[in-house]
Ligand binder design. Structure first.
Ligand SMILES: [Zn+2]
Length: 113
């Protein structure tokens, strides 16, 4: 379950950001998660509550936006939407798609007090 370590990273970033901005409390964190990032959202939310306990982000709402996966075909040079890794290109049928979006976990913004 890598969700736990992901949450630790998120909290680290949030605490660092909060220190710089003299934040008292983090109320919500908005995440963007790529469809190919293989993150179990319920596990992420659960882990977050555990890890956030006793930190500035305790009780914060985790809001998650899905980022669709996109690939670039090495063969025909077309950008396509992909449903899963190792999909063939919808234009030429070759298995030469390079993932250019959909792998990420990003903190988009946060709501603070
Ligand atoms: Zn192609």
């Amino acid at each position: 379950m890598h969700e736990l370590s992901l949450c630790k990273n998120i909290i680290d970033i949030v605490e660092e950001q909060s220190r710089n901005r003299s934040v008292k409390k983090v109320k919500a964190i908005y995440l963007e998660i790529g469809e190919l990032a293989l993150i179990e959202k319920s596990a992420l939310t659960f882990s977050f509550e555990l890890v956030a306990k006793g930190t500035i982000a305790e009780g914060a709402i985790l809001s998650i936006t899905d980022v669709p996966a996109k690939g670039l075909c090495d063969y025909c040079g077309v950008f396509v939407t992909i449903k899963q890794r190792f999909d063939p290109c919808v234009h030429c049928g070759n298995f030469s798609l390079k993932v250019i979006q959909g792998d990420e976990l990003r903190i988009k913004t946060m709501e603070v007090e």
